[in-house]
Design a protein around this ligand. Structure first.
Ligand code: GLN
Length: 468
């Protein structure tokens, strides 16, 4: 098994207890054994990983560490399918900047992690390559859309993974699988080579065994990139530097809107436990209000679908990807390629997004959602005048059962209520596991102000240690 943090495996590698090639071989062995059941990887390439391991420079910060990469983040020479039939035959001609940077830090990209198709979903069940099992809660969904990334880490089939988070897809699967997920500030990590879902919300981030590992991966991937005009020029720092420092005097806001009776009793108990631990650590808990919380789900699904309908228009059966056969003219080729290549959830969102952008409805839906987005950002700006961080649930409940047909798409969307705000406001957020005590994994979430990752990770690590 490959449980153990990046620091653990780095020690094993640098002391010579294991070589990079042996580590990759062990990973390939574990994956061959477990993946047929868990389906965390759509594909993996042990030969390419072994070739990289043979050349690995173990003096680098991630030297010799194999990492799972979500199937919507380009890896040169490997398929990038976004778990869709639309891209079933697409091979990335280049690496995403995040992957280039990981390689430069010595990491070994290992396999293509399963996901909800085009990152649309919350349970990993919208993949056209089969669903993913939750290694920490058999029979339950692993969460989504970074289902395979979280399952790979939770099952010891990767030491760490990359996910993408548009409305919670890093934090929510991490929560459901009992591990750590960090969505950095919008623009902190380049989106170059991340297949766009909703460009104003998408952000790449780490899914890891612990908070320190998230900081180590953020160190390797952050920074401005000329290839992504939305990547930030904000200064970077060593995100591990403050881990282990005291959090006495830190003010933590608890939004009253996040303590809803719609939360399961286990989620409420997890928040109460976190409040008790943070208080013991010397933090001050302050009740706050985020008054527009009620409107975030509607605003998000309008904006995300609108952007998706535009971004996904490039998949037309002409340039690359799936093309329908025996078509009758150009219009038929477009419409049949898209009808056959996309799965039902993707089609639902393209239709919804096209509708909210259409003239006559634009002002009523899209323009209004943008106003709500501005109000949500204002709520946070005001809150961060009073507090340093915000504590809340990741999701209202633990992982639902797999193949749960009792929830309508709308009910599934509503469960994103606590993760969406960070995307609408561009803020960093982290999901930290609470003790499982025989029950299902439940994560709690800490949100920080823009670019406050170093301190967010300090508080998250202190809380993680006190919960262990
Ligand atoms: N569950 C959300 C959705 O389906 C989040 C997706 C994401 O963050 N990629 O849109």
């Amino acid at each position: 098994m490959l449980y153990g943090s990046i620091s653990h495996w780095r020690r094993e590698l640098t002391t010579g207890n294991i070589s990079p090639s042996e580590l990759v071989q062990e990973l390939a062995r574990v994956t061959a054994e477990k993946n047929p059941h868990i389906n965390a990887y759509i594909s993996y390439n042990p030969e390419a990983a072994l070739a990289a391991a043979a050349k690995a420079d173990i003096s680098l910060p991630l030297g010799g560490i194999p990492i799972a990469i979500k199937d919507n983040i380009c890896m040169q020479g490997e398929p990038t399918r976004c778990a869709s039939q639309m891209l079933h035959n697409f091979i990335s001609p280049y690496d995403a900047t995040a992957v280039t940077k990981l390689r430069a830090a010595g990491a070994i990209p290992f396999g293509r992690a399963n996901m909800d198709e085009f990152a649309m979903g919350s349970a990993g069940e919208n993949s056209s390559y089969g669903h993913t099992e939750n290694p920490a809660a058999p029979g339950h969904a692993p969460g989504g859309s970074s289902s395979g990334s979280a399952a790979a880490v939770a099952a010891g089939m990767a030491i760490a993974a990359l996910g993408s988070d548009t409305g919670g897809s890093i934090r929510q699967p991490a929560s459901h699988c009992g591990i750590v997920g960090l969505k950095p500030t919008y623009g902190r990590i380049s989106r170059y080579g991340l297949v766009a879902f909703a460009s104003s919300l998408d952000q790449i981030g780490p899914i890891t065994q612990n908070v320190e590992d998230a900081a180590i991966l953020l160190n390797a991937m952050c920074g401005h990139d000329a290839k992504d005009s939305t990547s930030s020029t904000h200064g970077t720092e060593d995100f591990t530097a403050k881990i282990g420092q005291s959090i006495a005097g830190v003010r933590i806001g608890l939004p009253k809107e996040y303590l809803s009776s719609g939360n399961s009793p286990e989620v409420t108990a997890a928040i109460e436990l976190a409040v008790a631990k943070l208080t013991e650590l010397g933090a001050e808990i302050v009740e706050i209000s985020l008054p527009h919380s009620e409107a975030v789900v509607s605003a998000y699904y309008i904006i995300a679908c609108a952007e998706a309908s535009s971004n996904l228009s490039r998949f037309d059966g002409i340039r690359y990807g799936y093309r329908a056969e025996n078509t009758n003219g150009l219009d038929d080729l477009y419409s049949r390629s898209r009808a056959e290549g996309f799965g039902p959830e993707v089609k639902r969102r393209i239709i919804l997004g096209t509708y909210v952008l259409s003239s006559g409805f634009y002002d009523a839906y899209y323009a209004k959602a943008q106003k709500v987005r501005a109000l949500v950002a204002k709520d946070f700006a005001e809150a961060f005048e009073k507090v340093d961080f915000i504590l809340g649930p990741v999701a209202p409940t633990a992982a639902p059962l797999l193949h749960d047909k009792t929830m309508s798409p709308l009910q599934v969307y509503l469960a994103d209520i606590y993760t969406i705000p960070a995307n609408l406001a561009g803020l960093p957020g982290i999901s930290i596991p609470t003790p499982q005590n025989g029950g299902l994994p439940i994560g709690i979430q800490l949100l920080g102000n823009h670019f406050a990752e170093a301190d967010l990770l300090r508080v998250a690590s202190a809380l993680e240690t006190s919960l262990a």
